[in-house]
Ligand binder design. Structure first.
Ligand SMILES: Cc1cc2nc3c(=O)[nH]c(=O)nc-3n(C[C@H](O)[C@H](O)[C@H](O)COP(=O)(O)O)c2cc1C
Length: 316
């Protein structure tokens, strides 16, 4: 294993409500090609069951490459949702959420709250396994504030026994009855425990997540043979930050953005403000950023916005 930055490293844009819409995901895929895998925002199984056509059309473009992240806690409903997803060819990967601590999610015993009941998690995952494509889960390192190796080890055993091979681990515990924002800061990041999991479960593909936004963290993880990284907030702030850290060279932004516009143009629910929001994530460190952002804010239609990006020399 090559313990330096290399072109085989893979990046995962973490699912983020209100951020990882189809625009940001498509833009990320155009910039990073096969080096990135993206995930939809969390979608509750009930929404798929009751509003199938709209939900799928809203979250996924025709050429979709993203995984769908779903949450649920009723095995029968999960079966119904999976039966629907099994018929949608553009979805090839289902990720199951076992880490979301939000109060609404908690009330419905989804996400992190569901992990209080490992038997029920098992029953839910058995239904998830009926999906015909790729399957992964996203979980926390523990439940509550204290380090608890048993929690993550017993879940990794469960995933492994069920045949789930890909696990995204947010490398900090989740705490119920603590608000969602604080749940991303108060429980301490614990890469050491993650690395211990990796040693103990060599057959699982464990992908770390949580504050992987600086060179020191990349160096630490790479030194420990990690070559896959799930990144959330830093990508949402600056989709090109890997370039600034000299970790990844984005080949041709102008061409990538041209492809991005081509693919989103015929999307039924086109929303210019959300398109701009995703484009702003690649404009943080360019010369004259403020002016460019001001110019972009003024465009009222997608064609003028496209022309501006494709014709102007923003990156030259
Ligand atoms: C605004 C926001 C929304 C999020 N929504 C989801 C979600 O829908 N599903 C999920 O599994 N995690 C969600 N997360 C958690 C992220 O996927 C990720 O685990 C967390 O932000 C830690 O990674 P980071 O430090 O790289 O941001 C969300 C995070 C943020 C900031």
């Amino acid at each position: 294993m090559n313990k330096t930055i290399n072109s085989n490293m893979k990046y995962y844009l973490a699912p983020m409500m209100g951020y990882t819409d189809c625009y940001l995901r498509n833009l990320a895929e155009k910039l990073y090609g096969d080096s990135i895998q993206t995930f939809s925002e969390m979608i509750v199984d009930k929404a798929i069951i009751h509003n199938e056509i709209n939900i799928i059309q809203k979250h996924f473009l025709k050429n979709n490459k993203s995984a769908i992240q779903i949450a649920g806690s009723d095995p029968q409903e999960i079966t119904q949702a999976i039966n629907i997803i099994n018929k949608i060819e553009l979805i090839q990967h289902v990720n199951f959420n076992l880490g979301c601590p939000s109060s609404r999610v908690q009330e419905n015993m989804l996400g992190l709250a569901l992990t209080q009941n490992q038997d029920l998690v098992k029953k839910c995952l058995e239904k998830i396994m009926e999906f015909k494509g790729d399957i992964s889960v996203k979980c926390r390192l523990g439940l509550g504030l204290e380090e608890d190796k048993n929690y993550i080890f017993s879940y990794l055993n469960l995933f492994s026994n069920l045949g789930i091979k890909e696990v995204f681990v947010h490398c900090r515990n989740g705490v119920l009855n603590l608000d969602t924002k604080k749940n991303r800061t108060i429980p301490k990041i614990n890469y050491n425990l993650f690395l211990e999991c990796k040693k103990n479960f060599p057959k699982l593909k464990l992908i770390p997540n949580g504050e992987i936004d600086n060179k020191e963290t990349f160096d630490l993880l790479i030194e420990n043979d990690v070559s896959d990284f799930m990144i959330g907030r830093q990508f949402a702030k600056d989709l090109t930050f890997l370039e600034k850290l000299s970790i990844y060279k984005i080949k041709d932004k102008q061409i990538s953005i041209g492809k991005f516009f081509n693919e989103i143009k015929d999307y039924k629910f086109l929303n210019l403000n959300l398109i701009k929001k995703s484009l702003f994530t690649i404009l943080t460190n360019i010369p004259n950023a403020k002016n460019v952002r001001n110019n972009i804010s003024k465009f009222q239609d997608i064609d003028s916005l496209e022309e501006y990006f494709v014709d102007s020399k923003i990156w030259n």
